[in-house]
Design a protein around this ligand. Structure first.
Ligand SMILES: Nc1ncnc2c1ncn2[C@@H]1O[C@H](COP(=O)(O)OP(=O)(O)O)[C@@H](O)[C@H]1O
Ligand SMILES: [Mg+2]
Length: 303
């Protein structure tokens, strides 16, 4: 990776009393990356985001954002960072357009420049038709998109988004992914958290997989999968399996009532047979969820 990192964390730690939420983690994020922080609820994702934009102080370790310590240069950094918090905090009394304008004026953008910027943003997120709507008239996906737009008013060079797509329908998630791609295409650095594995695989150039405050792995999604897992997974309901696979050396994990067989060649799954052939398993490429299961013995989202 070329150039100085936009973010550099070393031994970064956050404690709440006796609870260690972030446990001495190291990572870097480079310009133009879409960097994912992936982990289940309670992994420490929000705590990391908040330290990055100096919403909460770190307990120990070092942290640099654009070469500056957020704890000492919070005001300066806020000029170049856009933040989307985990829960929307739009002003319900204002219209869509007014929500953006108020934010712009916080950053000293006024008059014609502000109007042009707001128009451009509304167009960017396909919200122009809703410009004069009140917040309560918006769908969940629109509120989230507006919250993201608001974080972009001052043309930040780093955008931090905490679970930008949680709870949204697939179409709204696709729209947000497209925005993240457009931002990185413009050279903006994006850091976001998610507990959706498919999202991380699709959108991130690199990511960290976290659990209980620790980073378990760092890398590009494809490379992480390829270096830790066989190519294919056969996912089967345990109750539909016959015992034929027992005694073979087929690799497997299980979770709840599902068994996940893993192999580099599809032919290896011929050892698996079913009590009822109408309930065969699903054969698919290995993914990040399989990696998380292998590392922690649990799934990212409890089913
Ligand atoms: N303000 C707080 N006070 C006490 N404990 C907290 C606070 N914020 C987070 N925690 C705890 O820190 C851990 C990590 O939380 P968080 O960073 O919110 O994780 P995530 O965003 O991955 O769900 C959790 O155990 C959570 O309960
Ligand atoms: Mg969180």
């Amino acid at each position: 990776m070329n150039g100085n990192p936009v973010i550099r964390a070393r031994g970064l730690k956050k404690c709440f009393g006796s609870l260690t939420a972030v446990d001495e983690i190291d990572f870097e994020v480079y310009r133009g990356e879409c960097f994912g922080v992936l982990g289940p609820n309670g992994a420490g994702k929000t705590s990391i985001m908040r330290m990055l934009y100096n919403f909460s102080p770190r307990t120990s370790g070092t942290l640099e954002v654009f070469g500056l310590d957020p704890a000492r240069n919070g005001v300066r950094l806020r000029q170049v960072i856009g933040v989307v918090q985990q829960t929307n905090n739009l002003d319900l009394e204002l219209t869509v357009r007014e929500n953006l304008e108020v934010y712009g004026s916080y950053y000293g953008i006024n008059g014609r420049k502000l109007k042009e910027r707001v128009d451009e943003l509304l167009d960017f997120m396909e919200l122009t038709q809703k410009a004069d709507a009140r917040i309560k008239q918006l769908s969940g996906g629109m509120k989230r998109r507006l919250t993201i737009l608001r974080a972009l008013v001052h043309e930040p060079r780093l955008v931090i988004l905490d679970e930008p797509t949680t709870g949204l329908d697939p179409q709204a998630r696709h729209q947000i992914w497209a925005v993240l791609r457009r931002l990185t295409g413009q050279g903006v650095t994006v850091v976001f958290t998610t507990h959706y594995m498919d999202e991380a695989e699709r959108v991130c150039s690199r990511l960290v997989i976290m659990d209980r405050g620790k980073i378990l792995h760092t890398g590009a999604p494809d490379a992480l999968i390829a270096s830790h897992l066989p190519r294919f997974v056969l996912e089967v309901d345990r109750c539909s399996l016959s015992d034929t696979w027992k005694g073979t050396n087929l690799e497997f994990d299980y979770y709840g009532d599902r068994v996940f067989f893993k192999a580099d060649e599809e032919s290896a799954f011929s050892a698996v047979s079913y009590l009822d052939n109408s309930r065969k398993g699903i054969l698919r490429p290995a993914n990040l969820e399989d990696l998380f299961l292998k590392l922690t013995g649990k799934r990212l989202i409890d089913e």
